[in-house]
Ligand binder design. Structure first.
Ligand code: ADP
Length: 351
């Protein structure tokens, strides 16, 4: 199986109205002509697979970063897209936000998956099924966003006999069109809002995971005994605000919560560091097989296939251009640079 690197894109959002009113200065920009490099301040240059400035459209981001993953999904490969960055940097806008025309990655994935399935159905005798699950991870508790009956049910994760992480009892809904898929997502968002007190705080502290399981069974028209089954999964993950990764100065209940959020983001940082070191070690022919601490948090267990596993993975690191956030932007760019060293081995997912 051939290895591919986790691909990393950086997206710099525009200055917001209130930032313009308060004369915030721009501290990070895409450096032409390659448009895959960003400069922080006047002397810190970072290279990525893609870099998008404030005028980049949702279309551009989708076409360069996500479209190839959706195509490989329908060929039977697992794929993951996750957004990382501080609260207010554009993670939600990029994944799911914007107006109808400027819809984010989730809207575009929904349209694209069903368009590709319709095209396949024209060519072969194909049966396809798309199942959605939608979960939220908050304070190390995994909740089902699609189970209305049990009202914000907690889910458990365990390892199966092959060592794969499985979520026990998550509700999966079959969807037959982009519209149906998007209404399921809306339903999950509504449950998330009612289940949470202080929605803004809550959303900056939780990870949200939308999964599409695609099963395609095709039969040759000339020879009906020739059947093939492909099964694959796409995960779209909106991570908690990265500013939570290093903050432990709260006290009491807040400290506990902060520590629990840190567990996830710190564990993610440690996994990314271990995987990027492992790759460098391999190139230097020493210290191979370094331990990767996936088990330290639920988010790293859930992202195991996506980081060092069998999926095609894209990370979209979102940053604010404002000089007020220069320290956090530097953290995010350094984190994203490390993620570029991770190698995955995408193979067709098991049927
Ligand atoms: P996060 O999910 O990281 O907390 P949001 O996605 O909510 O951040 O973005 C914060 C604000 O910035 C929102 O008002 C959003 O509409 C705006 N915004 C973010 N990215 C862009 C962009 N690329 N173009 C225009 N507005 C954006």
């Amino acid at each position: 199986m051939s290895e591919v690197c986790v691909r990393v894109a950086v997206r710099i959002r525009p200055l917001l109205r209130r930032e313009l009113l308060h004369h915030h200065k721009v501290c990070v920009r895409v450096v032409p002509p390659s448009s895959a490099q960003v400069m922080l301040g006047s002397d810190r240059l970072f290279s990525f697979d893609h870099a998008f400035g404030p005028t980049a459209s949702q279309d551009e981001v989708y076409e360069s970063c996500v479209q190839p993953l959706v195509e490989s999904l329908l060929d039977g490969y697992n794929a993951t897209v996750f957004s990382y960055g501080q609260t207010g940097s554009g993670k939600t806008y990029t994944l799911g936000g914007g107006s109808q025309d400027e819809g984010g990655i989730i809207e575009r994935v929904a349209q694209h998956v069903f368009l590709l399935l319709a095209t396949q159905k024209n060519n072969e005798s194909v049966e396809a099924m798309v199942r959605v699950s939608y979960m939220e991870l908050y304070r190390e508790e995994l909740r089902d966003l699609l189970d209305m009956n049990t009202n914000y049910k907690e889910l458990h994760i365990r390892d199966d006999e092959k060592g794969n992480t499985v979520v026990v009892g998550a509700r999966e809904m079959v969807v037959t069109s982009a519209e149906e898929l998007l209404s399921v997502v809306e339903m999950g968002n509504a449950l998330r809002h009612t289940g949470a007190t202080g929605m803004n705080e809550h959303s900056s502290r939780s990870h949200v995971i939308l999964s599409l399981q695609v099963n395609i069974c095709s039969q040759s028209i000339n020879n009906p005994s020739l059947k093939s089954v492909r099964s694959s999964k796409l995960c779209l993950v909106d991570l908690a605000g990265s500013e939570r990764a290093g903050k432990t100065e709260n006290t009491g209940a807040q400290f506990k919560e902060s520590a629990l959020i840190n567990t996830g983001l710190l564990a993610l940082g440690n996994v990314i560091r271990a995987l990027s070191d492992r790759r460098r070690c391999r190139r230097g022919n020493s210290c191979s097989g370094a331990h990767v601490p996936y088990r330290d948090a639920k988010i790293t267990r859930l992202l195991r296939d996506s980081l060092g596993g069998n999926a095609h993975t894209v990370m979209v690191a979102c940053v604010s251009p404002s000089h007020h956030f220069v320290a956090e932007t530097l953290n995010v760019l350094q984190f994203a640079s490390k993620a570029r060293h991770i190698r995955n081995c995408p193979g067709p997912a098991p049927p």
